[in-house]
Design a protein around this ligand. Structure first.
Ligand SMILES: [Mg+2]
Length: 388
């Protein structure tokens, strides 16, 4: 037995430069000279034998997710850290009234603990077979400030990414949800770089109506897009609407970023609501939950695309045969990725993290294979919650 003795949750924040939350829906976009406060949290799990697991959230960090993590963390104390499945089942049931977004960070820290204790990477624990992953540049949403402000700027940025090695590029459009503007952008970028790059579109549920989603989807057809993701304001949750959309356009749909966990994603896929499944170890109940989703997809011959980026995401994808691209999110021509600058080992998901072939590497050290900068986390800490 490896009894969990203590769980710590470190809340911290930092400023991200040249970024702001814009528009009615407060989408994060470029604004020159601005500074945006970003909140994240670190999980530390210690067992009675002195072993330790850590994880710092990447895309997750909202008060809502933190609230769930704080609700679940004390329940780990006294449990056997090796029993990730038993813990997964317990935590899943316990937050069944909520969206499960606070669960993943705890599970990932348990995987880090297991890898460190055995002296192997999480990729090795998973039987991972690839050391490099093909990546796509996933843009910030459009702005009106001189960054990604027009279709020509998107095409210029795609060419810049291509020059850096990227073979794939995903557009997040403007938050206005103007279908004509989005469709014109889709077609322009396809004309300019489509011969050389795989293209994807993610309106991130900004288009207002099904009809607008159909209109932009037909532009994706004309532009030969690889996938069309979460187009409109159903919030990416209506299997019926997306089955109907699939019957009216040719471009494969990637839905289920906002459908949580293996059971609901299985229902969505079996209802013909999507072509690809989406999976994220932070969103989908950890690496433990994400594996179930990936294997379900594999059983039906379907691909599963990993949402967002981070060391946990790389380890997971290294063990998935049925997955195409790693998402370097979010990037733009004039602003950094707003992910937490917490790595003391050179790990990065910034725009320049790919090699000349557009690939990222999977960390090789024990556990997550990264070293966190605890001086930075402690210096920027807003609160420490310790359960023992
Ligand atoms: Mg998305």
């Amino acid at each position: 037995m490896s009894t969990i003795r203590k769980v710590e949750i470190h809340e911290f924040g930092y400023e991200a430069k040249n970024l702001a939350r814009e528009g009615q829906v407060r989408t994060v976009t470029y604004r020159k000279g601005a500074s945006m406060r970003v909140s994240k949290y670190a999980v530390v799990i210690e067992t009675a034998d002195g072993a330790r697991g850590e994880y710092v959230t990447h895309a997750v960090g909202s008060r809502s997710a933190l609230g769930q993590t704080l609700m679940l963390a004390p329940q780990l104390v006294g449990r056997d850290a090796r029993e990730r499945i038993a813990i997964y089942e317990h935590l899943k049931r316990d937050v069944r009234q909520f969206d499960h977004m606070g669960h993943g960070a705890l599970d990932i820290a348990l995987w880090d603990w297991a890898g460190r204790r055995l002296g192997v990477s999480i990729s090795e624990l998973l039987g991972g077979y690839r050391k490099r992953l093909p990546a796509y540049a996933s843009t910030y949403h459009g702005d009106r400030q001189g960054g990604l402000w027009c279709k020509e700027a998107y095409a210029d940025f795609a060419r810049q990414c291509q020059g850096m090695g990227y073979r794939a590029f995903k557009i997040h459009g403007w938050n206005d949800g103007n279908a004509r503007e989005e469709a014109a952008n889709v077609l322009h970028v396809a004309r300019e770089v489509g011969e050389h790059m795989t293209l994807m579109l993610d309106p991130a549920c900004e288009l207002r109506t099904f009809a607008d989603a159909l209109y932009v989807g037909r532009a994706c057809d004309d532009g030969g897009y690889f996938w069309y993701e979460d187009p409109f304001r159903d919030g990416g949750t209506s299997a019926f609407a997306h089955r109907k959309l699939r019957s009216m356009i040719k471009t494969p749909l990637l839905i289920t970023e906002h459908v949580r966990g293996v059971e609901a994603k299985a229902d969505f896929l079996l209802a013909d609501g999507t072509d690809f499944l989406r999976v994220d170890p932070e969103y989908d109940l950890g690496i433990t939950g994400a594996l179930k989703i990936a294997h379900f997809a594999e059983a039906l011959g379907i691909d599963v695309e990993v949402h967002a980026c981070g060391p946990a995401h790389r380890h997971l994808m290294s063990a998935l045969r049925n997955s195409n691209y790693y998402e370097v999110a979010l990037v733009g021509p004039d602003c950094p990725n707003a992910l937490p600058p917490v790595y003391a080992c050179g790990y990065s998901d910034q725009l320049d993290c790919v090699d000349k072939d557009g690939m990222v590497t999977v960390p090789t050290g024990p556990g997550l294979g990264v070293t966190y900068d605890w001086d930075f986390i402690n210096a920027n800490r807003q609160a420490l919650h310790a359960f023992e």
